[in-house]
Design a binder for this molecule. Sequence first.
Ligand code: 6PG
Length: 466
Amino acid sequence: PTQEFGLVGLGVMGKSLARNLANHGFNLALYNRYAKGSEEKVAERFINEFDELKTAKGFEDMRGFVQSLEKPRRVFLMVNAGKVTDYVISELSELLDEGDVIIDGGNSHFTNTERRGAELAEKGIQFIGTGVSGGEEGALKGPSIMPSGDKTAYDKIAPYLEAIAAKDKNGKGCCTYVGKGGSGHYIKMVHNGIEYAEMQLLAEVFAILRYNNGLSPNVISTILEEWNKGVLSSYLLEITYKLLKKKEGDKYMVDIILDQAGNKGTGSWTTESMATLGIPATMISSALFARYISAFRTKRTELTAKFDFKIENQSTTEVEDLKKAYLLARLVNHQQGFELIAEASSRYEWGLNLSEIARIWTNGCIIRSGLMETLIDTLKNSTSLLLSENKEKLSSELQALRNIATVGINSGISMPCHLSALDYLNANLYNHPTANIIQAQRDFFGAHTYKRVDAANGKSYHTIWE
Ligand code: 6PG
């Protein structure tokens, strides 16, 4: 055997990761099955395309691929999550030996990762599930990597993953041993949930400026580009101001693209998980459902055509208000996301380090941002990011968020993520009990009992209501 690191799956992400590994001087074995209905040697053709791959070897048969690898064998999978991953793992596990390591870099559900880890452990094969974020370019130039599983397995692959990861501000790799079990895939899932809400917030900022203020995509782009120079800087803001400028002929791309959002499932998994764990990451679920509403395009078109309501333009929104509102909503989104991770960590006994998770999310990944940089410190103390806010700043941002929400509500522009942030803030920042009514209702119809404000003993009480 001559090759030190194996990679299975030469899709877009797999190819980029392979080139990244090769650029760091690693000797690779690359496996891709024959493309359907053809005898085309995908791996070989890919190897011939790039100089950095000249020491790599390509395979279409799994046995040859495995035999080419030095022991302990390290095999990174970049294949479709779900059945394909199971299939490849079962094929590989017949050929690997005790002490070899399989790494799954797909967006796998964390419970599948835990199951696969346990199944492989029975055969003595070690398993690492890892989140990989950054898209095609990130995978090539440096992604954020979120591995979890057996620590001794991680130690065998750490030099490879840490070398190819993006670098944080201090030059340290955006890759860390996240924790046990499926915790790496779990935090990647929440990363994507946070990503959904960040994307939706930007879509809403666009909607207000375009449909209420009547600005062109080009002017909106200039505003967002300005924002990106300050505390709001983020990768998603950057791509948004860039995409707004793009034209096809004399039309803006955003006017050509159908408003019907796709998704690959991680946002719905995050929403399922928050419901299971009892954590109100309301902005993530709002962003998910906004995508779902958009998906029913025919229904929406029918209704808009029948009633022909027009956006009721309000006086022009102050851009400064919008900026502050967006800033505050982003803080709420990050607080909710990290609270979900904290709860999962305690429930599943993962012992996750939130500050370190923020650190590996400061570069390479889709939600990298100026805000994330500040969270490395904030999260050392608490997940309640709002607690470290200054009152004056918070009340001015809150007022701005209210102003923006009012514009959305009165004009007819849907802005679920900003509204959900505002509602969360109203519920958390003001004392106006409502759950007392819920508890009384529960006790009334079902004798479910309640606790009293004047009883410190935590005892449960029941009243005969009629
Ligand atoms: C990343 C992205 C990546 C991918 C998701 C997006 O971190 O690099 O999150 O994982 O783009 O598949 O998910 P949807 O297709 O559900 O939007």
